[in-house]
Design a binder for this molecule. Sequence first.
Ligand SMILES: Nc1ncnc2c1ncn2[C@@H]1O[C@H](COP(=O)(O)OP(=O)(O)OP(=O)(O)O)[C@@H](O)[C@H]1O
Ligand SMILES: [Mg+2]
Length: 482
Amino acid sequence: MIKRLSSEVISKIASGQIASSPSNVLKELIENALDAKAREISIKIKDPFNFKVIDNGSGIPYKELPLTVERFTTSKIESLDDLLKINSYGFRGEALHAISQVSHLTIKSRFYRESTGGKLEVKAGKVLSTCPIPFSQGTSVSVNFLYFNVPVRKKSFNSREKQNMIKVIKTFALCRPDVTFKVNDTGYFATSLEERIKQLFGKEINFKKLSSDRFTILYSSESEEERKTISHIFVNRRPVFLPEIEKLLDELRIKNYILFIDVDPQEVDVNVTPTKDRVILKDNSIAEEIRKFLYPKTTLPAISVLRERKEINYETSIELLGTDGTVIIGYDREYYYFFDQHLIHERINYEELTNRLFSKEIPLQKLIPPLEIKASSEAKEKLRKFGIEFEQSGENLLVRAIPEILSIEDIKSIIDGVALESVAAVACRKAIKAGYRPVDFNDLKELFERYLKCQERETCPHGRPIYYRIKKTRIMRKLGRS
Ligand SMILES: Nc1ncnc2c1ncn2[C@@H]1O[C@H](COP(=O)(O)OP(=O)(O)OP(=O)(O)O)[C@@H](O)[C@H]1O
Ligand SMILES: [Mg+2]
């Protein structure tokens, strides 16, 4: 039932610019159709100022039709409490009101429990008529002459706005593969997520999929300069911007991703901006969880890195061109390479320090009192390898001494087979900083040769990629050479 919100709730709602662009108006109408549990949404776009959204959802009770365009009237929430656990796209009761102020709006609908439908016509916020009509179950909302009474705003949109509208539809089609979307003559039929991705992006991208309790990510590191990257984040199936997670994925050089975060509605604050495209996740550990999932900390000597990129073929020799102090540039027959100079050195230091641990070259420091831990026989083997001294004490081990570059925390890392924080910290501290340019080109070559001897050449101890490479053929294409 549609009701007016109390002034207490109204004052808490981040309202404002809703009908700010045709694509935004379209987004609101699609969200309403999804909230009405539509299985099929059909969108007809004549141009950015004249379009229509038809759904087969629950419909609107005839008596409530005029309420839809009143401000702060909604059937989706009632109390302040509801505002804290929103599980619908809409909740402010503002969208249709805002749209009706700047267009000729016609809503036709039949509620699923009523036998006749109704039609409501509104122009610039004024209800012109409401009358019963025969109508199939669901709702059709026609927006015509959008911004007819705000010509300045109308002028600010050009033909590209239609592309933005298509983008909005594709975004919802992506997060709701369970719903059929029709756009003019194109149809995306209800299907699985994997099939929907193919419907939308074609078959050429190979996404990897990882899931945990709270998120699913489909991602690939391939970067096709010719093609726009795909980056979507959905929180509880709502398309959102989450700058901190976007930054994280960028750092991990994941070029294309579709990330679904699904958490209890109480864990998300949606009421942040009027456009409902920013959310605040109350538990900020999710970014760290995603990072760990994508790049589990590395073990030595070999690490497993979740990446599609193939390792450098070290049989081919890479010719170095030089460094600008930050990036070392080189090439082989197939690729141009860009190496992070600091990370190369950090990787070398890390492996050299670890090798010194393995060969027991590093002096020991006594632990007073000794540390008592539980360890399997496999774990004992690892501890021995890293030069850690211990003795059995009943079921447990008493660790008596550890190499002086290690800390107590590293003992657990050794057992878990992840990167040793203390060693990584020393390796980083001792590595040349960005901006350093070796005077002698031979120094650069020597550094690079030491790097080539490393067992792991793809990432630094924390999993950051050491290099980026680009196919020569791609550059040639850009330069118009075949
Ligand atoms: N396609 C639809 N099918 C069924 N009911 C609808 C549809 N569109 C709108 N309504 C009804 O009209 C009400 C007002 O819609 P409106 O979009 O203005 O507000 P809202 O969705 O509640 O909140 P918001 O402003 O955040 O979108 C909704 O609460 C809903 O009851
Ligand atoms: Mg709405």
